[in-house]
Design a protein around this ligand. Sequence first.
Ligand code: MG
Length: 319
Amino acid sequence: MKRLLPLALGLLMQTSSLSAGVVSENGLLRAEGNRIVGAHGDPVAVAGVSHFWSHWDGAPYYTRETVDWLVEDWKVTLARAALGVHSGPLGYQQQPAQELAKVRAVVEAAIANDIYVLIDWHDHHAEDNVEDAVAFFSRMAQLYGDQPHVIYEIYNEPLKVSWSKTVKPYAKRVIAAIRAHDPDNLIIVGTPYWSQRVDEAAADPIDDPNVAYTLHFYAGTHKADLRQRAQTALDAGVALMVTEWGSVNANGDGAIDHESVAEWMKFIKAKDLSHAAWSISNKDETSAILKPHVTKISGWTEDDLTANGRMLRALLRGE
Ligand code: MG
């Protein structure tokens, strides 16, 4: 009897994690003042690791198997499907069916695991392709608008463009397309200068009942002055989400800045911010979670992980 107990307990825990995860617990997320709250009205902060560009080194990991492993072993409560729109190799604009299938695999894996998922238009020039984003998010809203798991992230990182004249008009068109089919799910809007000018968005916010703004940081490059901008935005009364962050430099490479990561995590915790770290790939750069020779898409050992991978796994597991 004694020997059977661990197995029975293990099965029980597995069943409960699949039937009552973070979404069952908190329901549809909504922006309320400068916090994101659940259906119960209390702040909700979830965390995970972002997929890498779907059409690049991230491609092999757009699977149920990878998401299952991250939930089981890394204890993630947030996934991020980063649709590679057009930069670099052939992306969504050249082969839409292929990239769409990848995004859907991650969204459906997140729903099956009862975690939240960001559907990310991973682009730096979305204002040049508004019709494509409108059609894509209209489709996503029709497919998933009734699922509380889904969060629309309509523009990863605008570059050096105007919030009020460029990003906001783009966002209003995409949001209208989503709201035609989904009146209530949370929408996250990117901000100028690689999603660091949340203060500009906060000064001229979008008129929609459930919108928050994107704050991105790379700990090796961005420090107290970016946190101050985030604080300015929060003080103006808008909600933020860290849909992408790195422990290294802004180019995705360089050494882990442990001291700066600790400062950022303190801020994130104090402000109830959700966050997704860059990134699930075996690309030869320090922000990747897997070593370059590792080709497994799940079941990673400590030895398969980079220093960043080990640090993030411990952080997400609360170790
Ligand atoms: Mg909805």
